[in-house]
Design a protein around this ligand. Structure first.
Ligand code: HEC
Ligand code: HEC
Length: 148
């Protein structure tokens, strides 16, 4: 073991946080009780982050409603499930009917966008970013048949 190697480890930066509204909130509200690597090593869904933040607030973390919403968006975006698009598809598109409904279709991106736009409005809340992930996922997996 060499000294410079050890020095490198000791001097390593704390987990770098991606830029965004949530970064400031994490740094101000989430560092008093534990290190942030507890947060950054997760790949959690929106529901899991919401439950976690609620738990942290119950333990004493201090967040406004707006900060909570911003933080959850930030965490899902940066520390969300590895394949968010698929996860979204399975969550959102099975809410009212089976996923088979989608799997039977062969639509273009534009057709998918138009079809789900009206449909998912009554379902679980979907952000604009999640909406476009869903459209991409659908067009990639259930796109037009090749012979066209
Ligand atoms: C008042 C103290 C406190 C504050 C402030 C706090 N936490 Fe925690 N947190 C805890 C405790 C206690 C645990 C559980 C013990 C542990 O795992 O070390 C924990 C654990 C966690 C875990 C791991 C949970 C698991 O199941 O692996 C995450 C993720 C987390 N906190 C996120 C946050 C976030 C995000 C914030 C800022 C909104 C925050 N914490 C602020 C006390 C706090
Ligand atoms: C809030 C409820 C709701 C959600 C969420 C929802 N759907 Fe639907 N979906 C419907 C209803 C209602 C119909 C049409 C009524 C019927 O035929 O049962 C439908 C029909 C469909 C059809 C058949 C359309 C046709 O022309 O035959 C497809 C494909 C479809 N949905 C895909 C999806 C996809 C993909 C998602 C996720 C992005 C999704 N749905 C999410 C309610 C929903």
């Amino acid at each position: 073991m060499t000294v410079w190697l050890l020095a490198g480890i000791v001097a390593a930066d704390p987990v770098p946080l991606p830029a965004g509204e949530g970064k400031k909130i994490l740094e101000s509200a989430c560092t008093s009780c534990h290190a942030l690597d507890l947060v950054t090593d997760k790949n959690w869904t929106r529901q899991q982050w919401q439950d976690n933040i609620q738990e942290m607030v119950d333990l004493g973390a201090s967040l406004t409603k707006k900060q909570t919403d911003d933080l959850v968006d930030y965490l899902v975006k940066n520390f969300g499930p590895k394949d968010r698009a698929q996860e979204l598809f399975e969550d959102v598109c099975s809410y009212c009917h089976s996923l088979g409904r989608a799997r039977d279709q062969h639509l273009t991106k534009q057709q998918w966008r138009d079809l789900i736009k009206g449909m998912i409005f009554e379902g679980p809340p979907v952000t604009a970013e999640e909406f476009s992930l869903l459209v991409d996922y659908l067009a990639t997996n259930f796109g037009p048949e090749k012979e066209e």
